[in-house]
Design a protein around this ligand. Structure first.
Ligand code: AMP
Ligand code: ZN
Length: 114
């Protein structure tokens, strides 16, 4: 996906502050953090929205969530907690059409979200 900014991060074509990487997923710091800790966990493979997931991706999504938990533990967030978010399409507030799991922590989140 030549115009996908997150595919370019996976390919190392644009810089990012990577906190975890393997052959299936990569996690990096959000460039515009909305909390003291704001990490994005993405699949290396281009998937536009969470609506495009299939049953073949069940393990991949599970891995993304477990990886977010591991990162949260390392950041010291497991005692007070944190928030995991997938935004989906326009009304969900999705700006980058390569799925990403937001890990937000380090402050008390509000509800309902904006
Ligand atoms: P969403 O609105 O759910 O699509 O979230 C997209 C997120 O990607 C936003 O929080 C942006 O700040 C973040 N973002 C966009 N470009 C970059 C980049 N080059 N490096 C890190 N994070 C980015
Ligand atoms: Zn992509």
């Amino acid at each position: 996906m030549p115009d996908c900014i997150f595919c370019k991060i996976v390919a190392g074509e644009i810089p990012s502050d990577i906190v975890y990487q393997d052959d299936e997923i990569i996690a990096f710091k959000d460039i515009n953090p909305q909390a003291p800790h704001h990490i994005l966990i993405i699949p290396c493979r281009h998937i536009e929205t969470i609506l495009d997931l299939t049953t073949d991706d069940t393990a991949l999504i599970g891995k993304m969530i477990l990886n977010a938990n591991n990162i949260a533990r390392k950041l010291g967030l497991s005692k007070n907690g944190y928030r995991l978010v997938f935004n989906c399409k326009h009304d969900g507030g999705q700006d980058v059409y390569h799925i990403h799991l937001h890990l937000l922590g380090g402050r008390k989140m509000t509800w309902p979200p904006g």
